[in-house]
Design a protein around this ligand. Structure first.
Ligand code: FMN
Length: 376
């Protein structure tokens, strides 16, 4: 009998994913742009903020549910759009959608997902969002019709990727999409036989939501400007969220263009290096938005206390990317569920210990800058 070592933090799921996935796939999931300083900046930003608990507060009944664009989520943690989940586990996005639905949160489906949005929506009992890259007008109109027909109400437009960032790990690992067994990769496949067996037996991993792939090789478009965002606003009857904002002035532009929500994000540090950590620019964005729309944040959220810090600084909720991907790689749907449950338990404990019975009770008095010297 093998005894499973208990999982005690999201970092443990990262270790499990590393042991399950071939190196090129793990590095694709885990890595970031260039020297990965933006990846680190996201984590460092959380580390520099400390909590200032209130004591003497009745926290015997705690509630972390919250409203995000008209949907009540059981916990202020949503699942960020991530490409090609079937590389991580054969059930891919379907497993993620099921875990999100059972848990009671929202999954944002990537343009680059490896399962058709119709099938993902069909497997969900919670609303799913669709993350969009605006390739060109025809392709975008077609995609919008398609996702509306699938029952999607919220489109999340990613603006932080006019061109692809450079990921050294992927280049060094000879990563291709989809990964292929060949002279440069056979060692990696051989080192993870269970993954390789499943991967090679499964249907080939493709991009079933990129309907325009025949006309253009890339879904990225470096000409997307606020004018085109306003055009998109006119095309889309549902709610529009702009993802990838790290400045207050851009948040104002997004609202002017008709956005219903903002995601403070630097794509998990996967595109621009030497970018600002997302928690470090949250206040700038929250002040600019001034209550006119919900502000969400992603990038480096790894702890319940991280979620509490972001909400105290004005975020309505957060999204996680790599953590649920690691859960998926490690244990499929059950792994995603475990990641969500672990964060929920950490948030619950953090709320009790900082003296806030509900997430709505959190405000800036609960956080401070980590002092360089003792407070006087
Ligand atoms: C493997 C992977 C693929 C991603 N693919 C997309 C994508 O297709 N579209 C997008 O807007 N963001 C994508 N992202 C960025 C996430 O939506 C999110 O911003 C980021 O993962 C948050 O940081 P975290 O991983 O530290 O939680 C991807 C992230 C990862 C890790």
């Amino acid at each position: 009998v093998t005894v499973r070592r208990p999982v005690t933090s999201l970092d443990d799921f990262r270790d499990l994913a590393r042991r399950r996935l071939p190196r090129p796939v793990f590095d694709y999931l885990d890595g970031g742009a260039d020297d990965e300083r933006t990846v680190q900046a996201n984590r460092d930003a959380f580390a520099r903020v400390v909590l200032r608990p209130r004591v003497g507060v009745d926290v015997s009944r705690r509630d972390q549910s919250t409203d995000v664009l008209g949907t009540c989520v059981n916990s202020p943690v949503l699942l960020a759009p991530t490409a090609l989940n079937r590389l991580l586990h054969p059930d891919g996005e379907l497993a993620v959608a099921r875990a999100a639905s059972t848990f009671g949160t929202v999954f944002a489906v990537s343009t680059s997902a490896s399962v058709a949005v119709e099938d993902i929506a069909g497997a969900s009992t919670m609303p799913v969002w669709f993350q969009l890259y605006m390739a060109n007008r025809d392709a975008t109109s077609g995609t919008l019709r398609r996702v509306a027909a699938a029952g999607v109400d919220v489109v999340c437009l990613t603006l932080d990727t006019p061109v692809q960032g450079f990921r050294r790990r992927d280049v060094r690992n000879f990563l291709t999409f989809p990964p292929r067994l060949g002279p440069t990769t056979w060692r990696a496949f051989l080192s993870r036989p269970l993954w390789s067996w499943r991967y090679l037996r499964a249907e080939p991993v493709t991009f079933p939501n990129m309907t325009h792939l025949r006309e253009r090789r890339s879904s990225l478009n470096p000409s997307v400007s606020w004018r085109k965002v306003a055009w998109l606003r006119g095309q889309w009857k549902g709610k529009l969220v702009v993802k990838g904002v790290t400045r207050g002035d851009d948040a104002r532009r997004a609202l002017l263009a008709g956005a219903d929500g903002i995601i403070v994000s630097n794509h998990g540090g996967r595109q621009l290096d030497d970018g600002i950590g997302t928690l470090d620019c949250l206040t700038d964005v929250v002040d600019a938005v001034d209550g006119r729309a919900p502000v969400l944040l992603d990038g480096g959220v790894r702890r319940g206390t991280d979620v509490v810090k972001a909400i105290a600084l004005g975020a309505r909720a957060v999204l996680v990317g790599r953590p649920y991907c690691c859960g998926l790689a490690a244990r499929g749907e059950a792994g995603v569920a475990e990641v969500l449950e672990l964060l929920r338990a950490e948030i619950d404990r953090a709320l009790a210990l900082v003296g806030a019975a509900r997430v709505a009770d959190l405000d800036t008095t609960f956080v401070g800058a980590a002092p360089a010297a003792p407070l006087r």
